[in-house]
Design a protein around this ligand. Sequence first.
Ligand code: ADP
Length: 324
Amino acid sequence: MYPILAYLLFAFGWWTVLLLDRTRETHESKVEQLGMRLVIERKIAHPNEIETTAAYTTLVAEFERQQRMVVGEAVILAITILGAIYFGYANVRQEVSATQQQRNFLLSITHELKSPIAGIRLILETFQKRKQLPAEIQEKLSTNALKETDRLTALVNDLLLSAKLETSYVLNLEPLRLQEILQETAEKVANKYPGAKIHLDIEPDLPPISGDRMAITSVVVNLLENAAKYSQPTPQIEVNIRRGSRLEILLTIADNGIGIPDNEKGQVWKKFYRVGSEDTRQTKGTGLGLYIVRQLVERHQGHIELQNNVPKGSRFIIALPIAN
Ligand code: ADP
């Protein structure tokens, strides 16, 4: 790409210089002819005196105008070519990224849909074949099957929610105690990821936020689950809720996990986007979570920021409006 661009610009510059040279040569020969004609017509005694005549001034003005035209047109053409290449390139990149996302979507959705179904089927087949299973094995298998159905339900819910967010999602706003939602959710996530330690640090006497219970719960669940998923084997999750200003509450969720590289921080909010590292691929996911989180936060007139945690991991900071 860059060598072609450099060649184009070089060739373009070269043609411009040649054209300028050609106009100069034509101008010089016109001046010479004019000098001879004026001497023959005895308007001047010697060709050197030509510079004092009006005809010469006109010729020079015409020459300068031609030079300006050549340079001006060269600049405009170069800008047009560069602009066309830039927009063409940006379009191609967009297409490639859309195709990549589509591929990610198909791969992860297919995997995420197929593996719980296969798991449940296997468990049902075991029950069918071995009618006299010991009670504790029965218990274990049915718990696993229930977990798989939960996984499927969560995936289907995420898919439906992300489709709704593009069309008809309407918030049902009410005064909500963010601290209560966090306490409930943290407990569920800690049960789902038994190694995870979730520490809540909540400022006392916080006013309620104005939020949609389902949406805010989904935001918190997604962020806590990601924090646990991407900080294996010993997730340490720090949750902090405090008053940001008179108008907003700040929620911070920080983990000690693999972190998100700086060049991926702008991308992870895209639908179906997953960081392309081996660490991420080893975890289950669809790339829908952060897309949903950001959409929901922004619909609440809030905002979300992603930073590096110290010494390692990620930190998500969300600002949500206080209820009136
Ligand atoms: P996924 O279903 O893949 O978890 P998300 O939309 O929730 O999808 O996240 C998008 C990507 O951002 C993930 O695939 C992962 O690479 C990265 N990511 C999200 N949260 C974290 C985190 N807490 N730590 C490290 N990486 C994260």
